[in-house]
Structures are given as C-alpha cells and as structure tokens.
Write a new protein. Structure first.
Ligand code: DGY
Length: 326
C-alpha cells in the first residue's frame, strides 16, 4: 500500500514500514507545509503525521484512498476525527509513552517560575552575579503549597504524584469526578472549577483542546486566581485566552506563568517575551530521546496494524468506523 510519513522517523522504523509498503517522506522543510501534504495525500492508504499537520475536511476531501491516520502525539486536536469516522478512516494516537516526560516538564515549569530559575541563569551569563545577598532574587516556596490540576487524565495523575513528593497539596477538577476510592488512593481532593482557581498556588492545565475547553481560562478565571498564584500550561495553548493572560500578568492579577504551549503556536504573544514573570518553552513536553523514540514506535505499530486490517492498540474511533473498514 501507499504510505505518507510527514515527519522524520528513526531509520529502523522507516525501514520497518518500507518492508511492507511504499513510503513517501517529506521532501524538505519540516513541519511539512500544508500544500505539500495536500498534494501528496491522494492515493495514500496510510498517513503517519503529527500534531502540526492539519487533517481537516479540506485535506480529507483529497484523501481518496485513506484507511488510517496514525498521529505521532497524544493530542489529536489537529485531526477531524468525526470526519475521518464518517469516511471510514481509522485514527490513532500515542498515549501512555509520554506521560512521565510531560509530567516531569510540568514540574520543571512549576519549579522554574517559583524559583526564578531562568532569570537566575540569565543573571549569571550576563556577568551580573556580583554577590550573594539575603534578599536578592527571592522566589516562592513550592513545598507545602497547593497545586490545582485541571483535567485528571494520565498526565494530571502523574503530576499529582510528583507534586506530592514536593509535599504539595493536590486539588483536581475534572468533568467526570473519579471514584472516592481512587481519590483516597491518589490522596487528591475534587474541587469545583472556580474553587480550585481560588485555592491553588499553582494551576496546571491537563485537558485536551476541544470545543468545550477552548479558552477555558480567560479574564474571569484568571481574576479568580490568587494574586500570588502561577498558571502552568503544558496542554494546548488555546485552552488559555492568551490576550487575557498577558493582561493578567501585566496587571499583577496573577504572579506568573510557565508555558510550554501557545494559542497561535509557534507564534508567541510578543508581550510575553518581555515579561520576567514567565518561563516560556517551545512545546517540549514529550521531548526526551527515550519518549520520542517510544512515540515513533507506537505510531508505526498503530499504522501497520491498521494497514494489515488489525485493530490498532490506540484506536480513537474503531468502534464507530463501520465494520469492513477496520
Ligand atoms: C502531544 O503528544 O500531544 C504533545 O503535545 C506533543 O508531545
């Protein structure tokens, strides 16, 4: 069959697909430009793509032979899953393998904003570290504080564990509350959305981007937070109304933000760039050698399973795609 791969894959994994199928790979710049993707999708049975590729109605119109979209990434807001389902196209993602890396990075952002790690590093590099002083460069304690986790999926739970090892109290909000037994086991407390915003010293976002979560954090939610609190986002940029965040940071409505994702990624609101109370990362949540390798393995395994007419492990719509296609 014909397969289009839009990303760089480790040689051995690309060879694994090539042993069974004809593979087209990007001709140049990455991420693959939308026009290139559109021009190559015709006649392809499998697409291995990533979170920067938009698999929308327009692209799917051109996809006359597509059987599977294997996304390299756990988030799949780049894919119109409903439209794929209507067209009988399976969609897969790469859950689990990036949970720890993303939770680690979230903890790193919490520590970095609270302890001014990035500002401190810049101070030393600029040759402006002149002396230790009792009241210089004071940050905020993390230990003993409260983290409010919005969205308690795999990554949210992994963050809860890490936060507890820093002696933090963990609150969570989730549309469907987990069982009391699991709450007790995880030692976390369900808190209504607005109360979580009011009570947390760090609010960390772990929801997928959907119609419901788009701009979930805007001016009024930021105003509900404590003035000393920090907002941490390693989920998707558009969960936060970036313009409102910038205003809140400028006006001291919240103390700071640790961001790995942006509303108009890869563009970052220019005013964020000049703020000392933000730590800004280029979407690094899953960016470790080990994790990215596992994501690639998982995406390739899902792709090959679907093309062999087997049920892929991480299928998002297998139960809804009409039998005969899967
Ligand atoms: C994902 O997988 O959704 C991440 O955002 C990329 O690591």
């Amino acid at each position: 069959m014909e397969v289009l791969v839009t990303i760089e894959l480790p040689d051995d994994l690309l060879a694994k697909i090539r042993r069974q199928h004809n593979v087209t790979t990007p001709s140049g710049n990455l991420p693959m430009p939308a026009e290139e993707l559109r021009s190559l999708i015709k006649g392809k049975h499998g697409l291995l793509c990533t979170i920067t590729d938009r698999v929308d109605k327009g692209l799917l119109k051109e996809a006359d032979s597509l059987l599977v979209v294997a996304n390299y990434g756990v988030g799949y807001d780049n894919i119109d899953v409903e439209e794929c389902t209507k067209k009988g196209i399976l969609v897969t993602n790469t859950p689990d393998v990036l949970t720890d890396a993303t939770a680690d990075l979230t903890m790193a952002l919490i520590l970095a904003v609270a302890r001014r790690v990035v500002e401190g590093d810049a101070r030393v590099r600029e040759g402006r570290f002149h002396a230790w002083t009792p009241f210089g460069f004071l940050g905020t304690d993390v230990c003993g504080k409260t983290v409010g986790i919005i969205g308690l999926g795999r990554i949210g739970k992994a963050l809860a564990k890490r936060a507890q090892s820093f002696s933090m109290t963990v609150l969570y909000y989730k549309r469907n509350r987990i069982s009391r037994e699991e709450e007790a086991h995880l030692n976390i407390k369900y808190t209504e959305f607005i109360d979580l915003l009011r009570q947390s010293d760090f609010v960390s976002l772990h929801v997928p981007l959907t119609k419901e979560t788009y701009h979930m954090i805007g001016a009024s939610e930021l105003a509900a937070m404590k003035r000393e609190a920090f907002l941490i986002n390693t989920s998707r940029g558009a969960v936060v109304e970036e313009e409102a965040l910038v205003r809140a940071l400028k006006q001291g409505i919240i103390a700071g933000a640790g961001l790995d994702v942006y509303e108009h990624e890869p563009d970052v609101h220019p005013e964020l760039l000049n703020m000392k109370n933000t730590v800004l990362l280029p979407h690094l949540g899953s960016a470790t050698k080990e994790t990215r390798r596992k994501m690639a393995e998982r995406a390739v395994t899902n792709l090959l399973a679907a093309l062999s007419n087997e049920r892929p492990r991480d299928c998002l719509n297998c139960d809804r795609v009409k039998k005969g296609n899967s």
